[in-house]
Write a protein that binds this ligand. Sequence first.
Ligand code: ASP
Length: 322
Amino acid sequence: MQVNREESVKKVVVLGTGGTIAGRAQSVTDEIGYTAGVVPVADLLAGLSLPAGLVAEHEQVAQTDSKDMTLAIWQRLGQRVAHHLARPEVAGMVITHGTDTLEETAWFLHQVLAPTKPVVLTCAMRPATALMPDGPQNLNDALRVAADGRIGGVVVVCAGRLHAAQDVTKVHTWRLDAFGSGDAGPLGVIEAGELRLFRQSVPGRADPGLWARVQGVRALPRVELVFSHADAQGHLVRSLLAAPGGDIPPLRGLVVAGTGNGTVHTALAEALEEAQAQGVVVWRGTRCALGRPVTSGRSGGDWPLAEPSVIKARLSLALALL
Ligand code: ASP
């Protein structure tokens, strides 16, 4: 049978944003005192040998430590992702990213672009200069997932596991396998370069106007995250409510990470009620690593549920308030 060479080639675009995967240290044994976001994405790809039929293009979108992620970088990244996904010859995309806010960038792209082609974020826990860096394996796996053809939407590849944008969370400070998918578990594993898929991810629901609104602002509506805990008070919430000075935008939303089943200390709940009475939108989630609030948990109002995590819900609320 005649094979159409054009069709048998899978093109994947790799966007570099920085992170430890692009980190450089003074010595090969230094896995902590390095600078993230230094090595160009071109160099990360240069060391890989891609399987036949897989072609990778690359573009440097940012070069940052992801702890310092900004809306401006998200906007640029979203534009480049949208641009490349619209190219019919592009099968999927890979984004190299720091681990610290990777779940937020994945959630951002899932919410605003809700792509059907695969957008695979990947990362590393050791800098590129380490004696045994984990980045090359993760990048290699991510490229194969992006070209696999069985998976779509925003996903994350780290340490041989594939996670959905809605489930993925950084769960460990230094382990190479730093991400988990909570109760849902990973979507699959990458075994010797082959994806073994357990289940499909839930596709995002694109709000047609959202991406345009996100592109048109210089800042997202201000939404802050507060925690309930033993001996909690309302002072923090009340000071957040105080009229901000200078160019600090007014508070628009609050996500409270409740205890256990989303319960909120009575003293904090009173302040949250005051905030709500002043027009601030309050959402309630849990500070527990696993599970979600399953009742109204009322010792702190029947506020809407902050899902899938309080971190991601903070972003969802900011987007909802746009
Ligand atoms: N601080 C780094 C970052 O998020 C950590 C990492 O990539 O592992 O960019």
